[in-house]
Design a protein around this ligand. Structure first.
Ligand code: AMP
Length: 433
């Protein structure tokens, strides 16, 4: 009997795997440009880490975590996001004392949330993200927002919608929370059960509610901008001015509060709608945090970061056909006909690979028609045909699959010929540029 995937998980195969690889490569290149280093932290962490960071008023901690007792009776959780693990590792390794600030980390890997699977929403998904810790300047915030924006540009996205908001400092948020409590008190009895809990633990969370009737009530709620301290407003304005200066368009969205408890000051999301009108929700999101490191037992250092969902980015890139260069492309496809030719073809393929050429050899006994089809599917540039005659004369027939030109090359001269062919192409490319 076949065994199916657990709900909300998916296999990443072939084109999709190549697409993910491309997304990760581009994000890493962008992070590298900005001087970020890779952090690889465990997938399992103590449950307490997420309760203290993501926060017990968040939906994630309240109902979406994969939490279990291990055989030693410890409460373990599959990470629902990667920021907490990075912060824990910064604290555990005292990196703030040994490295230059801001500490700049990037990460990529799976995260797990027990959510209702739907478009762009999985139970196991992959995140790429960055964190910059230890410099309070809004320049650090702007740097991270710009890094994300530029990475999406590098992937080929054009009209990226950057939504941005500020949650202010603690004093601003406390004042705002009180105002929300006063406002929602008179509506609460008609609102969803979740909102009743949110009202008690963190009324800001109500602004996130997806229930249509509740959203109508949320529309009339007080606005954060009316409760910002002077300092908080100034910080926000500084960031907006930087974005203006660098020509990064944004839209202020006062309903943007983010589903994690640790944010303060600037929060932001990257959105994109494909030419066919597909929108998968935020493809990336992040913000500034003030207490995360201290809450995990470290010094009072603030930070800023964002995470993007590889699944969502892939879906958008694919829908807009922005992944053309991730097709398979083999340099040589070796086509042996018969047993003796296969032996020779195998040797030739090994030699070509040793010389750095992507080479595929047909190991099955197939006719030329089939082998040409396979070469095409592999995106192969050249075919190397080896039949009985070729074996006898120790030559291959080299066929350029673009121009259909054919020539004979002695076994012993093949590498030299390959170098010549690919050098020529490279020169040709340079001339075009
Ligand atoms: P968050 O950690 O909630 O701020 O999410 C950061 C990014 O991760 C989002 O903008 C999404 O692109 C992605 N993401 C979050 N949850 C999921 C999910 N369940 N499935 C796929 N992607 C997700």
């Amino acid at each position: 009997m076949e065994i199916n995937l657990p709900k909300g998980t998916h296999d990443v195969l072939l084109d999709e795997a190549r697409g993910y690889d491309r997304i990760e490569t581009v994000f890493k290149a962008a992070a590298d440009l900005y001087g970020f280093n890779e952090f690889r932290t465990p997938i399992i962490e103590h449950t307490e880490l997420f309760v203290r960071s993501v926060g017990d008023s968040s939906d994630i901690v309240r109902k979406e975590m994969y939490t279990f007792k291990d055989k030693g009776d410890r409460s373990i959780t599959l990470r629902p996001e990667l920021t907490a693990g990075i912060m824990r590792s910064i604290v555990n390794n005292k990196l703030y004392a040994t490295q230059d600030l801001p500490l700049k980390a990037y990460y990529v890997g799976p995260a797990f949330r027990y959510e209702r699977p739907q478009l762009g929403r999985y139970r196991q998904f992959n995140q790429f993200g960055v964190e910059a810790v230890g410099v309070t300047s809004t320049l650090s915030d702007a740097e991270v927002i710009m890094l994300g924006y530029n990475a999406f540009k590098m992937l080929g996205f054009e009209d990226i919608l950057l939504k941005i908001n500020t949650l202010g400092d603690e004093a601003s948020r406390n004042a705002y929370r009180e105002a929300l409590k006063t406002y929602f008190a008179s509506h609460l009895d008609t609102m969803c059960e979740d909102c009743k809990v949110r009202y008690e633990v963190n009324p800001l969370r109500i602004l996130d509610c997806k229930v249509p009737e509740d959203q109508a009530i949320v529309e009339g709620a007080p606005k954060m901008s009316d409760y910002l301290s002077m300092e908080a407003k100034e910080k926000f304005d500084q960031i907006l001015a930087l974005l203006d200066a660098f020509g990064i368009p944004y839209e202020i969205d006062e309903a943007l509060v983010r589903g994690l408890d640790y944010y303060s000051h600037v929060v932001f999301e990257y959105h994109y709608t494909t030419k066919k009108g597909v929108n998968v929700g935020a493809m990336g999101a992040g913000g500034h945090y003030d207490n995360l490191i201290a809450d995990l037992g470290g010094p009072a250092l603030s930070g800023v970061g964002f995470a993007c969902g590889i699944e969502r980015v892939y879906a958008l890139l694919k829908d807009d056909e922005l992944l053309v260069d991730t097709q398979e492309n083999t340099d040589f496809y070796v086509m042996p006909l018969g047993e003796a030719a296969l032996q020779d073809g195998f040797m030739i393929a090994s030699a070509l690979r040793a010389a750095g050429y992507r080479t595929e050899v047909c190991l099955e006994n197939k006719n030329f028609k089939t082998m040409f089809k396979r070469a095409e599917r592999k995106g192969s540039r050249f075919a190397l045909i080896i039949g009985e005659d070729e074996v006898k004369t120790e030559t291959v027939t080299l066929k350029n699959l673009t121009t259909q030109e054919q020539s004979k090359v002695a076994y012993g001269e093949l590498i030299e010929k390959a170098d010549e062919l690919f050098d020529l192409e490279e020169e040709h490319h340079h001339h075009e540029e």
